[in-house]
Design a protein around this ligand. Sequence first.
Ligand code: COA
Length: 423
Amino acid sequence: MKALEGVRILDFTHVQSGPTCTQLLAWFGADVIKVERPGVGDATHNQLVDVPGADSLYFTMLNHNKRSIELNSKNETGKQVLTRLVEECDVLVENFAPGALDRMGFGWEAIQKINPRMIMASVKGFGPGKYEDCKVYENVAQCAGGAASTTGFVDGPPLVTGAQIGDSGTGLNLALGIVTALFQREKTGRGQKVLAAMQAGVLNLCRVKLRDQQRLSAGPLTEYSQHGEGIPFGEAVPRAGNDSGGGQPGRILKCKGWETDPDAYTYFITQAAAWPKICDLIGKPEWKEDPGYATPPARLDKLNEIFGEIEKWTMTKGKFEVMDLCNPLDIPVGPILSMKEIAEDEGLRATGTIVEVDHPTRGKYLTVGNPIKLSDSPSEVTRSPLLGEHTEEVLRDVLGYSDEEIHRIAASGAVGELQKAAE
Ligand code: COA
């Protein structure tokens, strides 16, 4: 038995943000029925194609454990089928551009009339306000949510991060909103609307920068490297390079082999409690007692010198050697792992964090598994569906249509070719 067994999701999501949410719900056991436009489907089927004729990794890695039904929601018969799906499902999830669902005739009021228990969950770029009608992709959200202005080096342009905090991050928020609404429905019997705005999601992850914005009015941010370098602060929180966002100074430092290996680096944190051990480790025992170095406030304006000395030591060691030497001493460090190293990591495979999946048209590939582990609801990753693979199955088994009705629906053009689904 899976945690969300018995929960049926009408999945109107596409691209990344919405699909990450419904994939997570599917991993927890929900029956996720992905509705796709006949013959077209989610745009990611054909984006960044690496195996000609097969669904792209972009699509497969976001749509595991789901069923796919082709359905034209703008066709009259298609609307009737969609109405039946709204009756039979618990949650409708969508991340269309603002207004698209209303234009289809399935806005919140219409949904409530059909099924008052339905939870309608949406990802939008912005919440209500002047930008609510805008279409938004990942990097727009990173910029509008405050992440880009605070990422990068102080003398360089704003930077976006490779972590998809706008899309996958917001998908997580939406999933939590959905299960919370399902929990409330147990008591009220009513559905509700769930909104996760990407700008809000990114900002939520950048809260330490909003903290620093307010601290700025009380004086310079002394833990930022630029303070030690004598660079004055402006009116807004600056980019902080690889400085840590907390009260424990940290930097990315070179390790042995950095000249040829772009990932031969380690993150190194000078946590106050570990300071004496760091001094001994790098051959600077005199810093333990020296009043200019012994306390965290005394070290703030010398961080460049201090990390310079630590780096002289890390450059003599491999990044994993640094970890092996520092961990027993409780000095927090982290090797910079490349995607190649992560893909080959046996430990991540053993825990199901990275999974190998077989696919009928593209063969074997790697994907991420469920990052959240429940002891009583294990997640197995099953391959993504082919476009419309389950159309007939859903029409028959979920909606109870007879063979005759299914052929009438197919003849109306509301769904894709049935024989493809039946193969
Ligand atoms: N049958 C018939 N029509 C369908 C359909 C179906 N099964 N599924 C979708 N469509 C239609 C929609 O009704 C819409 O038509 P309309 O504009 O005539 O009303 C159209 O397909 C496309 O929807 P839209 O969402 O506008 O797609 P887009 O490719 O132009 O925009 C985004 C993509 C991601 C920018 C936009 O959807 C968006 O801003 N979403 C919200 C924020 C978000 O999630 N962004 C991150 C994505 S990773």
